[in-house]
Design a protein around this ligand. Structure first.
Ligand code: 13P
Ligand code: SF4
Length: 377
């Protein structure tokens, strides 16, 4: 293999130029061929996107990891929960059996690439919430849904309790699935995605209490509010998307009356209510791709994606919805140096930053992920 020399310590990679890094990454890609699958989330930097084999939103990437039959390794250019999901799906029992027990190695180029939203719910808080709810309502009629932006431990909790995972692309289908089987839903950790989706389905706001895990009793709610609830929201948010404000929409509308506002459902309800189109990163890209030349947009999602859309669609006029820089600092941690470092280690058979979910957690997380894949095939 062209790169099978001993890889250096990470710091050395910082001293290499982009051109050298790109060349060395290219050498590993050629040497590993189909054995290697590099996946890139739409929020990644342009040079990382250019070197990834396939790109997508979190739902599309989960599906790609679930479908691939040929690779030995997935290098996930995204954040930690996405790599965990890829590990669970790529190494599910049926796939392991097909490969005679051989695992696909899943690598996250920088272990510090987490998600602050996913960190807003942990298993102890969710167990405590479930227990307190059990003293107030019938939890056999309560369906847990976790946004894919959550740890595998939380996905396993949901799997054990008969619930499912959703992404921003299928949250409505997940809620419909849940309401066909239960009276109410506990949705964590993103309050905005849950509120925006349930509201669009006609659930009144006063039937969506907000559970604050830092409040010791019923998440800060009255017994009555919980008894009346249809969707119990978790007090979590994306720090990037919460920076888009209704004022930003008003300013664009005042300046350009024909402008279309396009936002991600992790934005707050007051922004989503004013938008023309709301959707996952995949849907945002599609909406722009399908629009005629001259369409004017203000887009509320991560900066790198909006800048790429601007570059790829010079025939349209694309603005970033906020005057502030709203970028995902953890997605941004994956750079050429980390990608090259992790790929060269992988190519020499000494992978670094391997994401491996323990068997028990993977088993129950898979149950919740498979229910998601079933409803949105
Ligand atoms: P998508 O599901 O649109 O990929 O979004 C993932 C995410 O983390 C958005 O902040
Ligand atoms: Fe998490 Fe927000 Fe970054 Fe998405 S944009 S990965 S939700 S912190």
């Amino acid at each position: 293999m062209a790169t099978a020399t001993k890889p250096e310590a990470f710091e050395h990679y910082r001293s290499l130029s982009d051109a050298e890094l790109i060349e060395r990454i290219g050498a590993v890609r050629s040497a590993m061929g189909e054995q290697l699958l590099i996946l890139g989330h739409h929020y990644q930097q342009d040079d990382v996107i250019a070197l990834s084999d396939l790109q997508g939103d979190s739902y599309q990437l989960a599906k790609l990891a679930a479908q691939d039959r040929d690779c030995n390794a997935i290098v996930f250019c995204g954040v930690h929960f996405m790599a965990e999901t890829a590990d669970i799906l790529a190494n599910r029992p049926e796939r392991l059996a097909e490969r005679g027990g051989r695992r696909v190695t899943v690598v996250l180029p920088d272990m510090a690439a987490g998600c602050s939203l996913a960190d807003m719910a942990d298993i102890d808080q969710v167990e405590e919430c479930w227990q307190q709810l059990g003293e107030t309502i019938d939890t056999s009629r309560l369906m847990p849904i976790t946004y894919v932006n959550s740890s595998a431990t939380l996905k396993a909790f949901v799997g054990r309790h008969g619930g499912l995972v959703c992404t921003s692309a299928n949250a409505r289908a997940a809620l419909e699935w849940a309401f066909a089987r239960a009276d109410r839903v506990l949705f964590f950790p993103d309050q905005h995605l849950a509120r925006n989706t349930a509201k669009a389905m006609g659930v009144p706001l006063d039937e969506m209490p907000l559970w604050d895990p830092r409040k010791p009793v019923l998440g800060g709610n009255s017994h009555d509010a919980i008894a009346r609830s249809r969707v119990i929201l978790w007090r979590g948010h994306c720090s990037v998307h919460q920076m888009f404000l209704p004022d930003h929409v008003a300013q664009f509308r005042a300046k350009y009356p024909d402008i279309k506002i396009l936002v991600h459902p992790e934005c707050m309800m007051e922004v989503v209510d004013l938008a023309d189109v709301v959707g996952s990163t995949g849907k945002i890209i599609e909406a722009v791709r399908q629009s005629p030349p001259g369409t004017r947009w203000a887009i509320g999602t991560e900066l790198h994606l909006v800048q790429r859309l601007k570059q790829n669609h010079p025939e349209q006029e694309i603005h970033f919805l906020s005057p502030m820089v709203c970028m995902c600092a953890t997605m941004y941690r994956i750079d050429l140096a980390h990608l090259c470092w992790s790929l060269e280690h992988l190519a020499t058979g000494a992978p670094v930053n391997v994401i491996r979910v323990d068997e028990e957690t993977a088993r129950w997380s898979l149950a919740a992920l498979q229910r998601m894949l079933e409803i949105s095939k």
